[in-house]
Each structure stands twice: as C-alpha cells, then as structure tokens.
Design a protein around this ligand. Structure first.
Ligand SMILES: Nc1ncnc2c1ncn2[C@@H]1O[C@H](COP(=O)(O)OP(=O)(O)O)[C@@H](O)[C@H]1O
Ligand SMILES: [Mg+2]
Length: 333
C-alpha cells in the first residue's frame, strides 16, 4: 500500500450568485442561486514513502484545493484519500500528528513570540523528546541559518526570514509527510536556494515524503524527481521529471553568433520544424524539433546563410515546455 492514496478525487465549490443591493439580497433569500465550480475533477495518484513530488499547474488549476483535501482542511465532494491509512478529513487530529504543512504566506508561528518560543510550543504540542527536539533544532538552525533569528519576534522578521523559520517549524516534529504550497513565493533567490537545499537534504536524510507546489519551476527543476501536472482540475502528466522532458521537450534552441549574412535561410527538410525566434545583424536564434532535425541539419542551413563564429545549444527547460502545453501547442495523446 502506498503512503498516500488518492482515488477518483473530486472537489466542487458552490459559489453563491448573490446580486448586489437590497433587492438582490432579498431575491437571493427567496431563490438562492448557486454556481458550481469543479476545482478538482476526478484525480487519482499514489505516492510512496520518501518521494519528493512536484505538484504543478497554472493558477487556478486545483493545486491548493488538492493540498487542502490531503491535509484534511477540506472535505472532498467525492472520492477517497488515505494518508498512511488515515482518512484526513475524518481523523484530523490523528492526521495532523503525522503531517506538516506550509501554505504560502500564512504563518503557523506565534506572531508576538520570539521564534524559539514557538518552536518550544511545537515541541510540547507534539510531545517531542528533548533529544529529538535538540537534534532537529541544531540541524535546521545550521542549514537554514537561523542562529540570529531565534530570539526575534516573528512580527519583526522579513518575509524570507519568516519563511525559513516557518519551514523549520513545519519539519520540527519529524512529520511523515510534508505539504508545501508555494513556499518560495515572493522570496529572493538566495532564500529560495536555501529552502531548496533544505527540502532536498531532509527528504534524503529523514525520508520525509514531500509534496511541493510552486510557481517557480526552478524549484521543481532543482528539487523534484517526479512531477504531477494538473490542468483545470485534471491530471495531465504523472511521472519522472526526466521522462516528462523527453516526452514533451522536443525542441532545442540554438543560438549562433554570425557575420556576413546573405540570403534567407531555407532548409531542405520540413520548415515547420524550424523557427527563427530572434535575429539581429550578428546573431540568430533558432528553435527546432530534434525528433525531426539534427543539430548538423541546422548548422548546415545557417552556414549557407552566413558565417558562423560561435554557437550555443540549449534544451528547452521545464518552463518553456509547460508554456507550450498551456498554449495548447503540445497535445498529449
Ligand atoms: N473557496 C473557494 N470557493 C470557490 N471557488 C474556489 C475556492 N477556492 C478555489 N476556488 C476555485 O477553484 C479552482 C482551483 O483553485 P486552487 O485550488 O486555489 O488552484 P491553484 O492552487 O492551482 O491556483 C479555481 O477556479 C478557483 O477559483
Ligand atoms: Mg494555490
């Protein structure tokens, strides 16, 4: 049995169609009208112990709704969730003991207390032994660089400092599963790097199962091995990150530094697999499908057109591939 089992999960929100003004209000009292939004539309997946999964999708795709159901905060409209044998929304207290969660910029730390006091309260709440607590505190303080923050009140911390403390608090009780919903949003690059390193280290060392949703695909690129891609409430990909790139990332971007431009580029092979995306007097950038063309095909055509001084080849990153999927340019069959 997998640690997390999600089967045919659906969440529909009922939105009241109340009109403005007194008349609208009264009408609504007599004939309430509701619209239904399907945020999560019949999804299934299993996650094994120790996995580090990136849960990605556009704004409004249904990520937070899924995470809220997994943590037991929301009750599914239908379908089944089990986390370590527990149905989260039915046994919330029991479930809370085994999980940790970060929701964007909401804090679980006590605003007016020094950070260390919040940590001590968490120790009490979860009944941690002195040893467990000290070990984690020492380790987290080191990786997340918390030494100078522990005695400060939470309300006096910057966003990045707060998030580092927040992440430490989330992992303090050695949870079996941690859900991180947009933990890096709004943070500067150094803090992001720091948090990524922490997530990777803890996953490796303590075998904590982690589900990470994020807008910053660099988080996923650097941290996760598996991705689940959700689009309009439906899962459209679930598998290894590398396979995803192989399956969808058919394009290579080649940038040439050139001189002595002459005639227009023409390729003997099918031209639709080949696109000039940027061009100036001394450079040209070409995107091509490497299922259809080789780098040599492209180099040959470019060298018919001008002299090549230098070139740089790059595979499409996760971000470009996803943009193409969202634009409907890649259709999964
Ligand atoms: N409390 C709510 N009431 C009504 N609709 C909601 C609520 N929360 C989310 N939604 C809608 O459900 C869909 C999925 O939202 P969400 O799960 O927050 O997506 P994501 O986290 O991927 O951005 C969106 O269309 C959103 O507008
Ligand atoms: Mg969200």
């Amino acid at each position: 049995m997998a640690l997390i089992e999600v089967k045919d999960l659906v969440k529909k929100y009922k939105i009241s169609q109340k009109k403005h003004g007194v008349v609208g209000y009264i009408k609504h009292l007599i004939h309430p009208k509701y619209k239904e939004v399907t945020a999560v539309n019949n999804i299934s997946f299993n996650i094994e112990e120790g996995e580090l999964v990136g849960y990605i999708g556009e704004n409004g795709a249904g990520k937070s709704t899924t995470i809220k159901m997994l943590t037991g905060l929301l009750t599914p409209t239908s379908g089944k969730i089990e986390v370590n044998g527990i149905v989260p929304n039915e046994k919330r207290i029991q479930n809370n003991k085994q999980i940790g969660a970060v929701f964007g910029q909401k804090t679980q730390l006590w605003w007016d207390l020094p950070v260390i006091e919040s940590f001590k309260l968490i120790k009490k709440m979860y009944d941690l032994s002195d040893k467990e607590y000290e070990e984690n505190l020492e380790k987290f303080t080191k990786i997340l660089d918390l030494k100078d923050l522990l005695d400060k009140q939470v309300k006096n911390l910057s966003l990045g400092q707060k998030m580092r403390c927040e992440i430490a608090a989330t992992f303090l009780h050695n949870p079996k599963v941690v859900y991180l919903d947009e933990p890096t949003i709004g943070l500067d690059i150094l803090v992001k790097e720091n948090i990524r390193k922490f997530i990777k280290d803890i996953n490796k060392e303590q075998k904590t199962t982690i589900i990470l949703t994020t807008h910053d695909l660099k988080d996923i690129e650097e941290v996760c091995d598996r991705i689940i891609l959700i689009d309009k409430g439906n899962i459209i990909y679930d598998g290894e990150k590398e396979n995803f790139k192989n399956e969808y990332g058919k394009h290579i971007i080649a940038e040439f530094i050139i001189e002595n431009k002459s005639k227009n580029i023409t390729l003997e092979t099918s031209e639709e697999e080949f696109e000039v995306i940027e061009e100036s007097e001394n450079s040209i950038k070409i995107k091509f499908n490497h299922d259809k063309l080789t780098v040599m095909d492209v180099v040959k055509s470019v060298s018919n057109y001008c002299e090549i001084l230098d070139m740089h080849i790059q595979e499409e990153g996760l971000e470009e591939i996803l943009k193409e999927i969202y634009r409907g340019e890649i259709i999964n069959d």
